[in-house]
Design a protein around this ligand. Structure first.
Ligand SMILES: [Zn+2]
Length: 225
């Protein structure tokens, strides 16, 4: 049973002194009644009734996971869908004429360049891979995303760190690009890497981690106390 002001949602009278939001909600009860004729339901059941079912995308766990930073997840989500306003997209719409990467000055800005081909960004992500004890080098955008989707399975600390780091890496590269383009301010690779490290540190500290040899090494390399 849903209670509003201590009374059954379906019985409570809509009064003028209720907040605008509550009055609006009470006026929409008839919509809910159509969806929930029995009046006995759960949020999950209502959600299942109104949503449009679609199959899960393979990258959903890269974007949405426990202890994520929501604004970082949103930027990663937009980048995977290639919806960030990168200059190649603006150029395609005739909104700009010139397109060069503000991070390396050596290529045209696109999602794939910014997050995978750009030397500035590659240096940061390769450093992160090294801090996780991995000797592999970054692939192109599709290849790296594919590797992450395939390999980041389970609940180990290294998987958690790589998920967090990838999400933060994309966010801080996008932030750096915006700082340079619109604020005339720039940071070097180490400063951006430090931002990723700080996010990893604060999020890992919220979790309860079993400190075996592998995890202790990760703690030491990432400077987690
Ligand atoms: Zn570049």
């Amino acid at each position: 049973m849903f209670l509003v002001k201590g009374k059954d949602l379906w019985e409570v009278e809509c009064k003028m002194h209720f907040s605008w939001c509550l009055r609006k909600m009470l006026k929409l009860r008839h919509v809910l009644q159509v969806l929930v004729p029995s009046r006995v339901s759960t949020v999950r059941r209502i959600w299942d009734e109104i949503r449009e079912p679609r199959s899960k995308v393979r990258w959903h766990r890269l974007v949405w996971f426990g202890f994520n930073v929501p604004r970082h997840s949103v930027v990663l989500w937009m980048s995977i869908l290639n919806r960030l306003p990168t200059f190649d997209r603006l150029q395609g719409k005739g909104m700009i004429l010139e397109n060069h990467c503000i991070l390396c000055e050596a290529g045209a800005e696109s999602r794939n360049h910014l997050f995978a081909d750009c030397l500035f960004s590659r240096h940061i992500w390769n450093s992160i891979l090294g801090m996780c004890g991995l000797t592999r080098r970054m692939l192109d955008w599709e290849g790296e995303l594919n590797w992450l989707c395939t390999c980041l399975k389970g609940k180990s600390l290294i998987v958690f760190i790589l998920r967090l780091a990838w999400c933060s890496y994309v966010y801080f590269i996008w932030e750096e690009r915006n700082l340079r383009r619109y604020r005339g301010h720039s940071r070097d690779c180490n400063s951006v890497l430090a931002c990723v490290k700080e996010v990893v540190n604060t999020r890992v500290q919220k979790k309860s981690i079993r400190l075996d040899t592998v995890n202790s090494n990760l703690y030491a390399v990432w400077g987690i106390s």
